[in-house]
Design a protein around this ligand. Structure first.
Ligand code: SF4
Length: 418
């Protein structure tokens, strides 16, 4: 075991034991020293940001895992539970740690290490035992980004106030619909008050993840304004077609031709009259501007999120008839979901190409599923030797690897920004 990795792992666990700092515990879980497969560790770290403390999420088995991965996670949780600030972490986790490199001194001549023979060139094989739609989306957007993030785990993405806004808003809506699973127009006032409180509580819970107190306040107010519009939309929907929220942040597990996929569905509704199921994904970042644009992204294999949820719920026996993105980014705009009705044969392109509602054929979703399997085969084949960079510089805007990525496409917009 690499000494530096082990030292960081020990330090993170001791920090957690002393302060109960969840981010230190999440880092420790993702360390190779934890004994937990990297993708499982990353999935649990993500779950914990949504549903609460990491050890609780593990204890409740929020992820359905194969026996071996489950045992590794449980073993990690058991060991962590007994860690104290002065514990012998090396012994507890049975780490085989090499010697620390000697400290260089100012006057001692240093010796160059002997050159080693380069490894024979070979392809890269994904180490993932579980896939996610977001990993495939990353690959579709930029293969190089996928390589950096999922193969090298090169840098920790520190997140941003925009991503914390999303996490907090998701948490507020999850709490809100626990209280209001069956929104009714007659409860409008209560719903507004409840959601206001849930937003305040969620932003308080995630206060530490923002950089400054001003940032917390600005983002909280933005969420409050958006929450008002969210309730407007709920009331209109409840009047149009009564529904029940039957799932919030529910795990979606799916086996696609031997490739295990995991993810979480933000919201699942059942139409009270027809029993048909709608899948909703809350979006606090930019999304397709209309249904036709989103359908094109699915057809062109640039977005696998909702197709994956569709197949996961269909495998559970649901009759899924609607897939929708709920935009929660812009507090100045009404909440108007981008919605695709699942049909046997998709309607021809609408006259109004900017319509928020459209259709998607089951055949399109089948093609997306086949492409997901194909990508997994490529990623696990060991044959991939090249990971081309994105063609569209927009992909690089929020990329955590932007500074290191020498081949990234040139962005004309930056010409005058230097
Ligand atoms: S900076 Fe751009 S090209 Fe480079 S990895 Fe990120 S998204 Fe891909």
């Amino acid at each position: 075991m690499n000494r530096l990795l082990a030292d960081a792992f020990i330090q993170d666990l001791r920090t957690w034991a002393a302060t109960r700092d969840e981010s230190a515990l999440a880092r420790a879980l993702r360390s190779p020293c934890s004994g937990v497969p990297h993708d499982v560790a990353a999935a649990y770290a993500t779950v914990a940001t949504r549903v609460g403390p990491l050890l609780d999420a593990i204890g409740r088995e929020r992820l359905a895992l194969p026996a071996e991965a489950r045992d590794a996670v449980m073993r990690f949780a058991r060991r962590v539970a007994s860690v104290e600030p002065e514990s012998d972490v090396v012994g507890l986790f049975e780490l085989h740690v090499g010697d620390a490199p000697p400290e260089p001194t100012a006057d001692a001549p240093f010796e160059l290490a002997r050159a080693v023979t380069p490894d024979e060139r070979s392809g890269v094989r994904s180490r993932q035992t579980h896939f996610s739609a977001s990993a495939l989306n990353a690959y579709a957007e930029c293969a190089r980004k996928w390589f950096y993030r999922y193969v090298c785990s090169a840098v920790e993405d520190p997140g941003s106030s925009a991503s914390t806004y999303g996490t907090a808003f998701h948490a507020a809506l999850e709490d809100f619909h626990a209280e209001f699973p069956h929104p009714e127009a007659s409860q409008e006032r209560e719903m507004r008050m409840r959601l206001e409180g849930d937003v305040n509580r969620a932003f308080e819970r995630y206060r530490g993840e923002f950089d400054t107190a001003v940032e917390v306040e600005l983002q909280r107010r933005r969420a409050q304004r958006t929450a008002v519009r969210y309730v407007d939309w709920l009331v209109a929907e409840a009047r149009r077609a009564p529904f029940t929220v039957i799932g919030r942040e529910i795990p979606a597990n799916l086996d696609l031709d031997g490739f295990a996929f995991i993810g979480f569905i933000d919201r699942l509704d059942r139409d009270d009259r027809t029993g048909a199921v709608s899948i909703f994904d809350y979006k606090t970042g930019s999304i397709a501007a209309n249904a036709a644009e989103y359908r094109d992204k699915v057809r062109e294999f640039r977005d696998f999120q909702l197709p994956f949820y569709y197949w996961a719920r269909t495998a559970q026996g649901d009759r899924v008839t609607r897939l929708a993105l709920i935009p929660l980014k812009d507090a100045l705009l009404d909440v108007q979901p981008v919605s695709l009705e699942v049909v046997a044969v998709a309607a021809p392109e609408r006259l109004r190409a900017d319509a928020a509602n459209g259709t998607i054929a089951v055949a399109d979703l089948e093609r997306a599923r086949a492409r997901m399997i194909e990508i997994c085969r490529d990623l696990t084949s060991g044959a991939l030797q090249q990971f081309p960079v994105a063609k569209d510089p927009a992909a690089c805007t929020y990329c955590a690897y932007k500074r290191a990525c020498v081949d990234k496409p040139h962005d004309e917009r930056e010409k005058f920004g230097r």
